[in-house]
Design a protein around this ligand. Structure first.
Ligand SMILES: [Zn+2]
Length: 216
């Protein structure tokens, strides 16, 4: 498949060519123990005894997206669409990710729109696609682009728009502590980028006169 839709894990796996060895569960639990001690608590006290194991299991959920192929998620398309050629928008998709700088949650919403060119995909697949990329270590900008680029590469629509608005706990609960700040990112491709009317239609459907500028 196109390089643009390769996951970053694939890239790093390629970079390491065979050198990657997944640590064992015991090694991962030992690492959590170390972090507990580093934070200043006693990993052997009763309340923390099962914590390394629980954290490792939580990591499996938080980062389940590394085990899934985003292209495969969009593999089933429908071509009998009665020539439907208007914009399809899925808005307010719950987004749960983790920032790759601090490994703390990024929580928000994703909105996806596209103008089909003969092929459409079930809307649950779009939500699934968001999840595959969100359940990885991310920055919001890359997450936004990966979703849009994959839709563009696989469905080959006339245009795609992806807008994500999210709060980053690395900003809200630590660092500069700005609790009400959310970050908005967007990626517009094809007609969403080139045609102002299309872009405006998308932005008004997803609910806003938000002033979303598209990245170049
Ligand atoms: Zn962060």
């Amino acid at each position: 498949m196109d390089t643009v839709v390769e996951s970053r894990r694939t890239e790093s796996a390629l970079a390491n060519k065979g050198k990657y060895r997944r640590p064992s569960q015991a090694e991962a639990e030992a690492a959590v123990r170390t972090l507990i001690e580093w934070a200043g608590d006693n990993p052997d006290r009763e309340g923390l005894a099962g914590t390394p194991e629980r954290v490792v299991r939580a990591y499996e959920e938080f980062f389940a997206g590394y085990n899934e192929d985003p292209v495969a998620v969009l593999a089933t398309t429908f071509e009998e669409t009665a020539e439907y050629d208007e914009m399809i928008v899925l808005r307010d998709i719950r987004l749960e990710s983790h920032c790759e700088h601090h490994l703390v949650p990024i929580l928000g919403k994703a909105h996806i729109g596209y103008l089909p060119a003969g092929r459409v995909v079930g809307i649950s697949k779009l939500a699934r696609l968001v999840e595959v990329f969100a359940k990885r270590m991310q920055i919001q900008e890359a997450l936004t682009s990966q979703i849009a680029d994959t839709i563009q590469d696989v469905l080959k629509p006339r245009g795609v728009g992806v807008v994500i608005e999210a709060a980053h706990q690395c900003m809200t609960t630590r660092g500069i502590r700005k609790p009400n700040v959310s970050m908005v990112t967007s990626r517009m491709l094809g007609s969403f980028r080139e045609d102002r009317t299309t872009r405006q239609e998308f932005l008004s459907v997803i609910g806003g006169q938000r002033n979303v500028s598209h990245e170049s």
